[in-house]
Ligand binder design. Sequence first.
Ligand code: XMP
Length: 509
Amino acid sequence: MQEKIIILDFGSQYTQLIARRVRELNVYCEIHPFNHLPEFDQSVKGVIFSGSPFSVRQEDAPQIDLSLFHQQYPLLGVCYGAQYLAHTSGGEVIPSTIREYGRANLQYIDETHSLLKNIPHDSQVWMSHGDTISEIPEEFEVIASTDTVKVAAYHIKGTKTYGIQFHPEVTHSTDGKQLLENFLVDICGCSQDWTPDSFVESTISSLRGKLGNDKVVLGLSGGVDSSVAAVLLHRAIGPNLHCIFVDNGLLRKDEFAQVLDSYKHMGLNVRGINAKDRFLSQLAGIKDPEQKRKVIGRVFIEVFDDAAHEVQDVKWLGQGTIYPDVIESVSVKGPSATIKSHHNVGGLPDFMKLKVVEPLNTLFKDEVRKVGKTLGIDDVILGRHPFPGPGLAIRILGDITAEKVAILQEADAIYINNLKTSGWYDKVWQAGAIFLPVQSVGVMGDERTYENVICLRAVGSVDGMTADWSHLPYELLAKISNEIINNVKGINRVVYDISSKPPATIEWE
Ligand code: XMP
């Protein structure tokens, strides 16, 4: 049985970060909202309470039934989690009068407690709270303080329950990882055996058990997630995995042929379908971005469904869903408002009635890459920038024509090749060219031109939620601009997007 840590989420912006740190320590963990408790069985080695935007003193503050696990499993309360435990045990939590936000140092540390093993005196920690624990119940003992926060960390005597009012998961807490490791290893007794290799091994064997001799269809997109999901399934069930890779005519230049080729080299049973004309004809004249997404989503399902029906007796649909999508859909607040209706390979039409298998639905993006590496997947696929499902359709502002797609593909290829040869491709998180619905005057030789504008976009990001525009060198931008204007007929002007997200978004549509 896979041992695990349960992280109960009270709505903090840092909850996912706690999970990532735990996983970096090779311990498997799951995030569950405080109001949807999971089963607490023998596989649970310990529990972590996250922080929260709420104050424990608020009437509508998150509440939880502690009797299910308190003092039965080791427990670490972080920030709100610590204050909640203190508050419900008879301690006092009040609004803090001094600033408890930002860096602080642990002036007092009781090193006899294994939670604080190897944490140096003066260790820097990150505080972020409006309330503070002013009094602790008798059975509590203070085990660390800063010069202003007396109860920086506490222990409930005779138990394995701890609370800390700082955030060990953020990198500003310089010894936060050590503290988490102390909790996981010394206090919970975790064996730190959750690695990409062990994930691959156990996933393949559980997929075999689950799927038996059943057939699975899976739509490949050329992206990291669907590729890794496919290779895992392929390792488990071999030719019973039927992959479908659709050319919607909106991919990067030559990408369909190249990616199809690498899939075949990986031994996947993959069928490439040229549906360019079907997509382009359905998109003709459509300018509204959301409408484009809907049409592409619908046509994709139609094409995929036709192809899937040709596989006899298929029972399962494989998907590359990853953990952040799962957490999002069951989060404390429910799915957050979508700004753009993201179409991904997905959306199962009712009539297909297939069961869904999602081998990556417990992994974060960086873990998917590590698993991909373990599986021997080529860096060309693993190191790929994210690329939106609707592809170039949302990078051509306004209506889409085959001619505009061809122009954008050429310009984009020059841009991306230059990023690769200059070493910038791996330094930016995502890059692409955008075709603007603007014509401007230029001059070439003796002739006046009136042609289109290409915008270059490159951003740094961790997860696409926020992003900064990348500071590409002027010389590189100059080279790319020259090459595009000199080689791509129809373009006489290149601009660079210097907006960050928020308030802008990464894509223009
Ligand atoms: P935005 O433009 O919302 O993009 O800042 C954030 C990330 O999401 C990608 N994106 C999409 N991906 N279908 C997708 O599969 C879509 O409709 C879509 N729209 C945006 C975008 O490329 C970036 O990585």
